[in-house]
Ligand binder design. Structure first.
Ligand SMILES: C[S@@+](CC[C@H](N)C(=O)[O-])C[C@H]1O[C@@H](n2cnc3c(N)ncnc32)[C@H](O)[C@@H]1O
Length: 384
């Protein structure tokens, strides 16, 4: 959205309301509905796009989405509100002023301001910076937004940065291709007292600087990001932060420990993706009194049932060799017609394997295809 259209929309809350209402009541005919009262077609289209994006944005922002200004790309890249809010509270323990370098639409800047920090937000793209300013105004928060280069901006006592991971060629997983490139950003942040840098959740170990804390964050089992904590803000080598039904849980450790290996137990635990990526499976195993059945596979087994926000748990019913014909016969004998198939470390394609099973029957179960010691096994489990 260009700055002219943004200003026109900001000046006309009535049009924003009519667009949201037209979208609800008229669906695809909403544009006609809006233009009937003489609204400029370009402005009507911008108001409708915004109304659509606000509906989508509720998944990340809850009801405050209805006050905010978005672009499609900006919304995709924006941090979800509970994650931004939590990070802001942690940074606020280190300083009372913060630079948000690469602020985008300003989600993190808003959360930082709401946490009581004085925020200077820097954004390279002028139209995006204008949206960040409009968003601060919409929530009644004070954020100083500047158009500029993150690598040249002056640093406040604390710094947050969320470099762009999307370019002309789409999403990038390579930190050297972030904008700005991660190594240059980290060089710059070496001067900051306390800093946090948001990364893609797939970031590899070799990109994690020594002395930094690397945190992986999941929300309702979806690993949404990694975050590097630098300088005075680094507390532990690794952290997994898991938000389940609106409550946060944290597991910390070195990321270097290996879980003990043994046989399949009465219960099978599947660690949350944030725990696996943070390399904290051994720490979780210790809490659960559990172990792996293969050193490289992150399923845990134990004989005691312990509920944990960091893992899903199933009751192990039977263990068979991973052979489609045998498994088919066993499932048929038990009348299992609805089967969830999970696989790790066996290389099978679950949908092809399912076709070979010719499922029939009224019972439900989960089948975990995995490695147990040197063998490939099919573990029949029931949900608890
Ligand atoms: C991932 S988005 C930020 C999203 C933001 N944290 C949020 O939650 O709304 C990254 C932003 O960095 C901006 N950017 C890229 N290179 C930059 C640079 N060198 N200096 C400042 N901003 C830059 C992009 O224009 C983009 O808006």
């Amino acid at each position: 959205m260009d700055t002219r259209l943004l200003k026109a929309l900001q000046a006309d809350p009535g049009l924003q309301r009519r667009a949201a209402e037209a979208l609800r009541s008229a669906g695809r005919r909403a544009a006609l509905e809006l233009r009937r009262d003489g609204t400029d077609p370009e402005l009507a289209a911008a108001a409708l796009t915004l109304a659509e994006l606000r509906v989508k944005a509720r998944a990340k922002f809850g009801e405050r989405a209805d006050e905010l200004y978005f672009t499609r790309e900006g919304l995709e890249q924006a941090t979800r509100w509970p994650v931004a809010e939590r990070r802001a509270a942690r940074l606020a323990r280190h300083a009372d002023e913060v630079s948000d370098l690469c602020c985008g639409l300003g989600t993190d800047a808003l959360a930082l301001a709401q946490a009581g920090l004085r925020v200077e937000a820097v954004e390279a793209d002028a139209a995006t910076a204008a949206l960040a300013g409009a968003n601060a105004e919409a929530l009644g928060l004070e954020v100083e937004v500047r158009v500029g280069d993150a690598l040249a901006a002056p640093l406040r006592a604390a710094v947050f940065s969320d470099p762009a991971r999307r370019g002309g060629a789409g999403r990038t997983f390579d930190p050297a291709a972030y904008a700005p490139p991660l190594d240059r950003l980290l060089d710059r942040l070496a001067e900051a007292g306390a800093a946090a840098v948001k990364l893609g959740p797939g970031v590899r170990r070799e990109w994690l600087p020594g002395g930094a804390e690397a945190e992986w964050v999941s929300v309702d089992r979806d690993v949404v990001e990694a975050c590097l904590w630098l300088g005075g803000a680094a507390e532990v080598p690794r952290r997994a932060s898991v938000c389940k039904d609106g409550t946060w849980h944290e597991l910390t450790g070195t990321g270097e420990q290996r879980a003990e290996t043994g046989g399949v137990g009465r219960y099978l635990y599947e660690p949350d993706g944030a725990v696996i990526r943070a390399g904290l499976v051994a720490e979780l195993a210790e809490r659960l009194g559990a172990h792996t059945a293969h050193p490289d596979i992150a399923y845990l087994y134990g004989d005691e049932l312990l509920r944990s926000p960091f893992a899903r748990v199933w009751k192990v019913e039977e263990i068979w060799p991973l052979n489609a014909k045998k498994v088919r016969r066993m499932l048929a004998d038990r009348g299992i017609g609805t089967l969830t198939i999970k696989q790790r470390g066996t290389g099978i394609d679950p949908s092809k394997f399912r076709n070979e099973l010719k499922l029939k029957g009224s019972e439900e179960a989960t089948l975990v295809a995995t490695r147990v010691g040197k063998t490939h096994a099919a573990i029949l489990c029931s949900e608890l």
